[in-house]
Design a protein. Structure first.
Length: 182
């Protein structure tokens, strides 16, 4: 399975990138880092700079057809930047249109709000996003992990880094199911 991890050049919550990445690789999958610009992406531990990660592809040079699924890590700045980039928003939307699973955690759903893909969907997030999600037509729940299948694709969501174990398990399971259907 080939999974895209979409991040901004700066601001991704590092653990929300590295733990799902490791889970995909442990399951035998290939993870690729997609960003809005070539070069590297700067990870953060909340507000403190952490490691940098090499970007494999830009959002404008790839599509959902190249992958079995998408992960949208959080961090406050990361999804806020992504939702202002047309290519990133179009890439996210293409996974929904193609019926491919999307896994999103913490503040990551801000990009989904901008993509207009939440009507009729149920998801969780960092609590401060619940009004944004509801205003975008989604239903917000306070659960460790939510797997929503009431749409064109499977949407996996979690609230925060403390939920990563359940998030990673659900995401890898759904990505594997997508690969098996293909």
């Amino acid at each position: 399975m080939r999974i895209a991890f979409l991040v901004a050049p700066e601001g991704v919550e590092q653990v929300e990138l590295t733990e799902p990445w490791a889970a995909v690789e442990k399951a035998g999958g290939q993870a690729q880092l997609v960003s809005t610009a070539p070069g590297s992406a700067q990870g953060f531990h909340h507000l403190d700079k952490a490691d940098t990660f090499p970007v494999d592809l830009t959002a404008g040079e790839t599509s959902a057809a190249d992958f079995d699924g998408l992960v949208l890590p959080g961090g406050v700045a990361n999804p806020d930047f992504l939702r202002t980039d047309e290519a990133a928003v179009a890439l996210v939307r293409s996974f929904f249109t193609a019926g491919k699973p999307v896994a999103v955690i913490c503040h990551g759903p801000w990009t989904l709000v901008e993509a207009g893909v939440l009507p009729g969907r149920t998801l969780t997030s960092w609590p401060s996003l619940k009004t944004d999600i509801r205003n975008a037509g989604g239903s917000w729940v306070d659960e460790e992990v939510m797997v929503c299948t009431s749409g064109p694709n499977t949407l996996i969501s979690s609230r925060k880094p403390d939920d990563l174990e359940a998030f990673c398990a659900a995401a890898v399971r759904e990505f594997g199911a997508q690969r098996d259907r293909a």
